[in-house]
Ligand binder design. Structure first.
Ligand SMILES: CC(C)(COP(=O)(O)OP(=O)(O)OC[C@H]1O[C@@H](n2cnc3c(N)ncnc32)[C@H](O)[C@@H]1OP(=O)(O)O)[C@@H](O)C(=O)NCCC(=O)NCCS
Length: 155
């Protein structure tokens, strides 16, 4: 397994992996559960769109785990140079490749990238109904800084 920079031909696979991986834990899906299917697209479309936003916002900070030509996972990042803050908006590992340490290696890779870019600290968030994140992130050195409540209203 190697970790490499994102390339445009990865996009469809990253979107697929994201939709599959975030089933049951995506805030976009919670919105749909709470107030119904709203707007011109469903939660899957909205979640996949996050990946498009990530690769547009910081294409040099999206990293892909690959083995034998197959994409196994990815991590996206943002850099705020003025604040010295790195952020990890999205992380997913393909179902068949989970629990082999790939998620952890992707986080370590992103943290090294932030260090190289001179960032002073990094942030990540997870949903309260996502036990993996709540185990994985503290074990990578992150400390909890707050809990947020999300609301939505149908218009
Ligand atoms: C979160 C995710 C990226 C982790 O990827 P992964 O490659 O399976 O993670 P790792 O193999 O590096 O495992 C990391 C740790 O989490 C633990 N873990 C993995 N799956 C777990 C599960 N279902 N329940 C509890 N702990 C779990 C592992 O045991 C490991 O801990 P350890 O090293 O102390 O034993 C992957 O589960 C995923 O894509 N989930 C769906 C999308 C998602 O939740 N993204 C993050 C949103 S905040």
């Amino acid at each position: 397994m190697k970790i490499r920079l994102y390339q445009a031909s990865d996009l469809d696979e990253l979107k697929r992996m994201t939709i599959e991986g975030f089933e049951g834990i995506a805030i976009d899906q919670n919105v749909e559960r709470a107030i119904g299917v709203v707007g011109p697209h469903d939660w899957r479309w909205r979640k996949a769109r996050h990946v498009e936003e990530d690769v547009l916002a910081n294409p040099d900070g999206v990293f892909v785990a690959e083995a034998e030509g197959k994409v196994l996972g990815y991590i996206s990042t943002r850099i705020d140079r003025e604040a010295g803050r790195g952020r990890i908006p999205n992380l997913a590992v393909d179902k068949d490749a989970r629990e082999r340490g790939i998620g952890r290696q992707l986080i370590e890779y992103a943290l090294d990238y932030f260090r190289r870019e001179g960032m002073a600290f990094a942030v990540i968030e997870t949903m309260v109904n996502n036990p993996v994140g709540q185990h994985l992130y503290p074990s990578c050195g992150f400390v909890e800084t707050g809990r947020q409540i999300h609301y939505a209203v149908k218009l």
